[in-house]
Structures are given as structure tokens and as C-alpha cells.
Design a binder for this molecule. Structure first.
Ligand code: SF4
Length: 302
């Protein structure tokens, strides 16, 4: 559900803030009415999205205040936050993130882990603030799924600056990193910034971050292996009986779900005719590939 558009920041690489203009927010009452109608229709989760959710504001209600208001006035629906700014992981955010009905998943709009690159990007935080945010999120929820966006090859990014980002990410051991090469957008300050980083070097940096992302995901699943998670089923299962003795390789393609902590799971031994949106409890077994399953989901659960 899109609840906010536009952004009041002016990051030097960003065209979105130019194209969309200043932040505007949907009224909290209207959001509540929409969430309630989803809940009445049996939906188990709503993903709240916006260009910059941390700039949500309706009168005195900011984004943490909105979440608290939605939780107070609904019964069971869960909320997932699409993306959030590291410097806005503050006490108000943490106290609402501690609530069970906020899915333990935050995608941090981090962009770099080098203070000098962050300054050139006009991002209003430091590497130290990012670390504090990650530690704080892990303090209030047990090992949430934490991910980050990273731009590699921003103009002037030296090898040493990239290593600062890489080292910080390796230390933080995030569950996922979405890394992409810098791309100059006309009309932005960064468009004319020099020196440009050659495509080959930016590509190599993205590749290193991509393999760090894979390692982070493996570590994350390893930590969750054998643990019980709540899963929302994404398709109706068909009415054919599944044999309880079937091996994991026989898990049907319609048995896919997303866990509260954002793992894409193939769920074994589901009763036939289970409707999409059902919330299940399942135990994570490990990567689908290791179980011999060629599924779109990444992990297997029972
Ligand atoms: S990158 Fe995000 S925070 Fe920065 S100006 Fe663009 S929308 Fe705003």
C-alpha cells in the first residue's frame, strides 16, 4: 500500500526527488480504513511503501506514530516496511518495531559505508550511525532480516573508500545486499561529478558485493535452520492429497510462502485446499538447492 510519495532530501544522485517533488502523505485515517478493509477481506499482511517512508507525516503523526496507530486499531494483520533510512532508526521507530505485528524485516537505504562517499552523496548519516542502527534493530527483535541498498562506483569512489563500505558490510553480516552500479542521471549534481569510475571497476565492485550478499544470506539461513517461523502461504494449494511420506523433492510448486523474516520458502506437507493467505508455522530446513528442489523459493520448511 503506497502511503507516501516524494522526498524533501536532495541526494546528489537522485532524480526521484526532482521528478516527484516534496514529500506528501496519505491521511492516517484513510490508511487505517484501507488496512481494515484488507483485514476484513482476510489478508494476512500489508506492505507499506513510499518514496521515503521516514518522511511520512500527517499532522503530528510521523511514520512510527502511524504504525502504532494502525496496530492499536486493527486486530491481526501484519505490517511490512518496504525500506527505511538508517538515520531514522530512532527510539520511536524501535519501540514500534518491537511489536510482534511488525514483520522483522528492514531494508536500509544505506548506499555506502564510507563517510566521505556518503558526504558526496549528501546522505545525512555516517558509517557509525549505520552500525548503531543495525545493532539497535537486532536488540529489539531476534535476528531480523536486515538488508541494504548499495551504490558502487559513485563518482570519485576510491579503492580505499569502497573497501570501507565492503568491510562495514562484512562486519554487519546482513541477510541481503542489493548492490548496483552508479548510473548518472541528468539534472542531478552527481551527473557532472568527477572522476567517473570506469564501468569495469564499478562492475567488479558490484560482483564482490553480490558474493558478500550470497554469503550473508547463507549465514542468515544457517542461523535460522531448525527454528520455527511464521509463514504466509502465497497460493491456494490444490485439492490433491500430498503423501506425508513424500520427500522434500516432492514439494508442490504451489506450496510457496514468505516467512515473517522474509525468506521465500517451499512448505512441505500442507493439507490440500489450504487457501492463499493462510498463516502457518514452519521449521526452516535449509536451501532448496541442497534439497534437490528446483523451486522459485530459496528454502525448504516443514
Ligand atoms: S535517494 Fe531517497 S532520500 Fe535521497 S533524495 Fe532520493 S528519494 Fe530522497
Amino acid at each position: 500500500m503506497k502511503i507516501e510519495d516524494g522526498c524533501n532530501n536532495r541526494c546528489t544522485y537522485c532524480r526521484v526527488c526532482i521528478a516527484r517533488g516534496p514529500a506528501v502523505s496519505l491521511a492516517a485515517e484513510e490508511i487505517l480504513a484501507r488496512v481494515r478493509s484488507l483485514e476484513t477481506a482476510g489478508k494476512a499482511e500489508v506492505v507499506l511503501t513510499g518514496v521515503n517512508l521516514s518522511q511520512y507525516r500527517d499532522g503530528l503523526t510521523d511514520f512510527p506514530g502511524l504504525l502504532a496507530y494502525l496496530i492499536r486499531n486493527t486486530a491481526s494483520i501484519r505490517f511490512r516496511i518496504s525500506s527505511y533510512e538508517p538515520e531514522k532508526i530512532n527510539e520511536a521507530f524501535l519501540s514500534v518495531f518491537a511489536e510482534d505485528r511488525i514483520q522483522p524485516h528492514v531494508h536500509l537505504a544505506m548506499q555506502s559505508g564510507s563517510d566521505t562517499v556518503l558526504r558526496r552523496m549528501a546522505r545525512p548519516y555516517t558509517a557509525e550511525r549505520i552500525s548503531e542502527a543495525v545493532l539497535a534493530l537486532r536488540r529489539v527483535r531476534h535476528d531480523p532480516f536486515l538488508a541494504a541498498d548499495i551504490i558502487a562506483g559513485f563518482p570519485g569512489e576510491t579503492d580505499a573508500e569502497f573497501e570501507e563500505t565492503f568491510t562495514l558490510l562484512a562486519e554487519l553480516d546482513l541477510a541481503w545486499i542489493h548492490a548496483f552500479p552508479f548510473s548518472a542521471r541528468p539534472g542531478t549534481k552527481a551527473f557532472d561529478m568527477k572522476p567517473k569510475i570506469p564501468e569495469r571497476i564499478a562492475g567488479e565492485r558490484v560482483a564482490r558485493l553480490a558474493s558478500l550478499a550470497e554469503r550473508g544470506k547463507e549465514n542468515y539461513v544457517e542461523r535460522w535452520k531448525g527454528r520455527e517461523v511464521s509463514v504466509i502461504l502465497e497460493h491456494d494449494t490444490d485439492s490433491a492429497e500430498e503423501d506425508a511420506e513424500d520427500s522434500v523433492a516432492d514439494i508442490k510448486a504451489d506450496h510457496r510462502g514468505t516467512s515473517a523474516n522474509y525468506l521465500k520458502l517451499s512448505v512441505a506437507h500442507l493439507p490440500p485446499g489450504t487457501p492463499a493467505g493462510t498463516v502457518l508455522s514452519a521449521t526452516i530446513q535449509g536451501p532448496s538447492s541442497k534439497a534437490g528442489i528446483d523451486a522459485e523459493s530459496d528454502f525448504v520448511a516443514f
